[in-house]
Write a protein that binds this ligand. Structure first.
Ligand code: PHE
Length: 461
């Protein structure tokens, strides 16, 4: 294990890769629909606030833990806190979360691949809106199709990760991220010419105070976590490939701004279409897969092309996020077990594919048909629930506590300030305050709400 650790080719490469991890299904699929469900403007404002006061501080903490130890999560906590300390279980939780999240994330990404492919074959030509909307249900119940695209997507992810940090992950993010941002900007500009644009701006940016329930605040906070890839060591692992010369607070700011920018762009592409054609913004998780194709079909000949581009972007965004999920799992075996990257990627990627099979078959109930009856949710939803509601917030809580209260203060400060010319002592103190107090309390509240131990709606009524 005395091998030289791989590093990013440049600081910009790191920023693109980390932004690639952050920008994913969370931004394009989930953010618009939860914004729609929570009434728009005020929810968006609170989400931005959560990114600023909880997300950015924890992201800085993760990157610092990774860079100072130059290890992936399990090794990082062992190196900083001592080999026998319990903190390494936080690293374990991260590896485990990465494994679980990728297993079902790949299934949703597979749907995006499927819709990209269907766009090539003119799938909504000559169909009524109802028929187009019902295609999602047909696909969801088709076990072979789900399995096929899940397999294709996992092969893409493995293909990127196996090539290594610089010539795999960094290279692909350098290609995919600029294309993604550029095309989104173009789509958002096209949307300006739709008659529903004004309504969309009003909906997304104007705070309507009666439209948001207090529990929406917690949903905004939880989403800030998921969308910035925090709480499972993805940013920690990417930070471990970073050289000392990088300015971590500045990088974290940039990554968060890019991530938030794409989420808002996604809204400004989707809501103008939705308002122009008179659909409801509250369509829920089906917003992307059910509503948008209906709307694309109404655009005319050009609609099929827009549909193709849109779903291809969704695949790109999902791929760059999935790569970071797999890298957390793979790097554990490379760093701690001394496996070659080749072996580690194939074995962990293969295992994740296998574990994802019941998720791919959840819609058809072809496997574990009794699952839902026994546990209340199908296989897919069970693991999504476990990961997003438990594992990420818990991981984030422990990371904030470790970096804020346990980590060697001198090392923490040196890591925070290294790579910048300013001493940044006010900024440092501000960061530490958010990390020690604000972030843990906020995350603790989400956990309590999610388990149902408190009901914020009732408390504030
Ligand atoms: N941030 C990604 C998204 O928005 C998801 C993700 C979560 C990726 C955790 C890595 C780690 O889709």
């Amino acid at each position: 294990m005395s091998k030289q650790r791989e590093h990013w080719g440049s600081r910009f490469g790191f920023i693109l890769a980390a932004a690639g991890s952050a920008v994913g299904l969370g931004n394009i699929w989930k953010f618009p629909y939860i914004t729609g469900e929570n009434g728009g403007g005020l929810f968006v404002l609170i989400y931005l606030f959560c990114i600023a006061i909880v997300g950015i501080p924890i992201m800085i903490a993760e990157i610092i833990i990774g860079r100072s130890s130059q290890k992936s999560p399990v090794g990082a906590f062992a190196a900083l806190a001592g080999k026998n300390s319990n903190w390494k279980y936080v690293g374990w939780l991260g590896v485990f979360s990465g494994f679980i999240i990728l297993s079902y994330y790949s299934v949703v990404a597979g749907w995006a691949l499927n819709y990209t492919f269907m766009s090539l074959s003119n799938f909504f030509d000559g169909k009524s809106p109802d028929e187009i909307g019902s295609i999602f249900g047909v696909m969801y119940g088709a076990s072979g199709i789900n399995l096929f695209w899940h397999a294709v997507f996992m092969m893409l992810v493995i293909g990127v990760v196996i090539a290594g940090v610089k010539s795999g992950i960094e290279k692909w993010n350098r290609i995919l991220m600029p294309i993604l941002i550029l095309i989104f900007v173009v789509l958002a500009i096209i949307s300006i010419f739709l008659s529903g644009w004004g309504d969309a701006v009003q909906f997304v940016f104007y705070p309507h105070f009666d439209a948001l329930k207090p529990s929406g605040v917690l949903e905004a906070l939880g989403h800030a976590f998921f969308t910035l890839s925090l709480g499972m060591g993805a940013m920690l692992t990417y930070g471990s490939y970073l050289k000392k010369s990088a300015n971590v607070p500045k990088a974290a700011m940039l990554i968060s701004v890019l991530d938030t920018g794409v989420a808002l762009l996604a809204c400004m592409v989707m809501f103008p279409i939705i308002f122009t054609y008179g659909y409801s913004p509250e369509a829920g998780p089906g917003l992307v897969f059910k509503t948008l194709p209906i709307i694309f079909s109404e655009i005319g000949d050009f609609g099929m092309f827009i549909s193709f581009v849109f779903f291809l972007l969704l695949v790109f965004a999902a791929l760059s996020s999935a790569v970071s999920l797999l890298e957390v799992v793979t790097s554990y075996f490379i760093d701690e077990k001394g496996w070659s990257r080749h072996k580690a990627t194939l074995i962990t990627g293969g295992a994740i594919f296998l574990f994802g099979i019941p998720s791919a078959l959840a819609g058809s109930s072809a496997l574990f048909p009794e699952w839902e009856g026994m546990y209340g949710k199908n296989f897919f939803d069970t693991f999504d629930y476990l990961a997003s509601n438990w594992m990420l917030p818990l991981g984030g809580l422990f990371i904030a506590i470790y970096a804020g209260w346990v980590m060697d203060p001198a090392l923490r400060k040196a890591e925070f300030t290294s790579g910048s010319k300013l001493t940044q002592s006010n900024i440092y103190i501000g960061w530490l305050f958010f990390l020690k107090f604000i972030a843990p309390v906020a995350v603790f509240l989400i956990i309590l709400q999610r388990v149902g131990l408190i009901d914020i709606d009732a408390l504030l009524r």
